[in-house]
Design a protein around this ligand. Structure first.
Ligand SMILES: Nc1ncnc2c1ncn2[C@@H]1O[C@H](COP(=O)(O)OP(=O)(O)OP(=O)(O)O)[C@@H](O)[C@H]1O
Length: 362
């Protein structure tokens, strides 16, 4: 996958910019708060996903403007070109929110762009993948699986809705006539969709694990070993049996205590839980290994390597780890932001400077 051109108007602090990234490594350098991440975020929006910073649509529009416009040309590895036209409109405009056209055809919501342009983003917030709550690790797997299998999102939504309903019933169990039978029905349905989610996650982990381990070995020059262990919520007897066995615990807790919404994966470094012991640099190396593995998995499954968007990736990495990344980044289209451009002078990447929302090729 490749981004050939992107032009922006009134996107956050960027009034107007024309960006032609290199087919391999492109570096956006500049001081803090100049608009480097804003540019990466704009590229990410072309995937149809929400802002990776969790921003609301209105925050994406330059402060005193009614809407922003993003126009892009992308190309797949077999030469298929797509023209993407995406607008973010304020509440009072004729097209509020994020809407998109692809090759002149109106798609309505920008989320319908999913699949036409793919990217994997690394941003400093991802560091919580290692030390943060299981929810972040589940979100990492779910986001990757939603991009790869459209059916996954549908099953996930069904499961989430059923879970909310079951939890509401558990709260009002004593006051609801026929509650036990209703719980039986919920558990059967939850098991149906939940089992699908867990099996997909485990299958994905099987692919991701060796790639992430190899990436970590390369990044760290084999100075320590990564291991990932998925913890499914059920064993050979299946999810339905586990849900039935958890009934008493569910009633006591007032919520559903078992299922894919409680699963997690453990990250180990040299056999020790990274959650407890990983240093800043080791956390960063772990997340990078996972993100690079995510991109390789996508290529294995879809045939298309996503564009890598790496925000402030090199800080806290020692010189050996930085060098490994800089050489590896050359192989696929990668857009990196950095405050310190000197690191990139040894590479063949193209350099841009972002200053006060103005992008300039160096
Ligand atoms: N909707 C908006 N309208 C105008 N300016 C905005 C808007 N949203 C954010 N900004 C401005 O964008 C700037 C931040 O840009 P960005 O997050 O891209 O910084 P950065 O160059 O990546 O910096 P750092 O190196 O610190 O991460 C801030 O000055 C902020 O005020």
């Amino acid at each position: 996958m490749r981004l050939k051109e992107l032009s922006l108007q009134n996107y956050r602090n960027i009034r107007q910019a024309d960006f032609t990234p290199c087919p391999e490594l492109t570096v956006i350098c500049g001081k803090n708060g100049q608009g480097k991440t804003n540019l990466l975020e704009a590229v990410w929006l072309l995937t149809g996903g929400k802002s990776f910073r969790g921003a609301k649509d209105a925050e994406l529009i330059a402060r005193d403007q009614p809407f922003s416009v993003l126009e892009a040309e992308t190309e797949t590895s077999d030469g298929q070109q797509n023209q993407i036209y995406l607008t973010v409109g304020g509440r009072d405009t004729p097209r509020p929110g994020r809407t998109a056209k692809r090759n002149g055809v109106d798609l309505g919501r920008a989320s319908a762009l999913a699949g036409s342009f793919t990217a994997v983003v690394f941003e400093p917030g991802n560091l919580s993948l290692v030390k943060g709550s299981p929810e972040g690790r589940r979100r990492f797997l779910d986001a990757a699986l939603c991009q790869l299998y459209p059916g996954y999102l549908a099953a996930w939504r069904r499961y989430a809705r059923l879970l909310t309903q079951k939890n509401a019933l558990l709260k009002h169990y004593e006051r609801t006539p026929g509650a036990a039978q209703m719980l039986d029905v919920f558990d059967e349905e939850l098991a149906r969709y939940g089992q699908e989610l867990t099996l997909r996650r485990m299958d994905y982990m099987k692919r991701l694990r060796p790639l992430a381990i190899a990436n970590y070995r390369d990044i760290s020059q084999a100075s320590e070993g990564l291991e990932l262990v998925y913890q499914p919520s059920f064993g050979d007897r299946g999810l339905l049996e586990t849900l039935r066995e958890s009934r008493r615990a569910d009633l006591k807790a007032g919520f559903s205590t078992a299922g894919p919404h409680r699963e997690d994966f453990t990250v180990l470094l040299d056999g020790q839980p990274a959650k407890l012991f990983a240093s800043q640099g080791q956390q960063r190396s772990t997340v990078l290994s996972l993100k690079l593995a995510e991109a390789s998995c996508a290529q294995e499954i879809t045939g298309e390597h996503p564009v890598m968007l790496l925000d402030d990736v090199l800080s806290e990495l020692d010189a050996t780890r930085q060098e490994y990344l800089l050489t590896r980044m050359r192989q696929k289209q990668t857009i990196v932001t950095a405050c310190d451009s000197s690191l990139f002078h040894k590479t063949e990447g193209e350099l841009f400077r972002m200053e006060g929302g103005v992008l300039e090729k160096l």
